[in-house]
Ligand binder design. Structure first.
Ligand code: SAM
Length: 243
């Protein structure tokens, strides 16, 4: 999967992209990331990329010309790929959107700064707008990395464990079951016996029940949207009755 990222702060990206799973995915050719400095596409000796807002008010606004120039120079005038603006006004990113976008072979991401980008970038350049949550950050670089990270986990063969992403929280509409590792006893707190039993069918059933129980406890709203079997619904009702 290829990403072209347009940013005023390219230096933010390498430390994260050169670490762990993302680094391995890049080394193995699963992930091809190109970071473009919007300033390189600004005109004039001073390479100005921002200006004061029409109508007054504080803050600066990212000018349209450098962003259009950057995107069109790299991708051509009609790129034909999803061109995503990271903005707190976009559709709110979740695992469903991650799964949808991970099917694309090529995405472009535009990171805003200051008060944001000139509205004409939103109207006439980008094809999608994504927010990573209902709060405001200083720039779109962290949101772009969040998107790249979440999508990379979903690429076939990106994770050491091929089923790792399938069991993750939100992948199937539930939170994931709890994990334990060695030692079997720590400060008197023991790992549940079932996990040491070697009985894989029983472990799978225990994990499913734990998953249902903690979703009910922490995120009951998720249970309204997920498809469950009759016995799983009865299990939930039993837990609700006991509470
Ligand atoms: N004035 C803008 C508003 O109220 O909608 C916020 C601008 S913000 C300070 C600067 C840039 O950070 C945005 O253009 C966007 O690229 C990025 N950004 C901030 N919060 C974000 C979020 N929750 N999701 C995605 N991008 C965000």
């Amino acid at each position: 999967m290829r990403f072209d990222v347009f940013t005023l702060l390219p230096e933010v990206f390498p430390p994260y992209l050169d670490s762990s799973i993302l680094q391995r995915a890049r080394q193995r050719g699963l992930l091809d990331i190109h970071i473009h400095n919007i300033r390189d596409y600004a005109a004039g000796r001073h390479k100005v990329t921002d200006d004061v807002p029409y109508g007054g008010g504080g803050g600066m606004v990212m000018k349209p010309e450098p962003v259009f120039n950057a995107v069109e120079s790299v991708l051509g005038p009609r790129p034909g790929i999803p061109l995503i603006l990271l903005t707190p006004q976009g559709r709110v990113f979740d695992q469903r959107i991650a799964a949808e976008l991970s099917k694309q072979p090529h995405l472009a991401l535009v990171c805003g700064r200051y008060e944001g980008v000139d509205e004409r970038i939103r109207q006439y350049l980008v094809t999608d707008e994504i927010s990573i949550g209902d709060y405001v950050l200083t720039g779109g670089e962290l949101p772009a990395l969040v998107l790249i990270d979440a999508l990379t986990r979903l690429l076939p063969d990106a994770l050491g464990d091929p089923d790792g992403a399938a069991d993750d929280s939100h992948a199937s509409g539930l939170l994931e079951y709890p994990h334990f590792t060695r030692p079997p006893e720590f400060r008197g707190w023991c790992v549940p016996d079932i996990l040491l039993s070697g009985d894989h069918a029983k472990i799978a059933q225990w994990r499913r029940e734990q998953s249902l129980a903690r979703t009910l406890q922490k995120r009951p709203d998720m249970l309204e949207k997920v498809e469950l079997s009759g016995s799983e619904r009865s299990f939930i009702e039993k837990l609700q009755g006991a509470a």
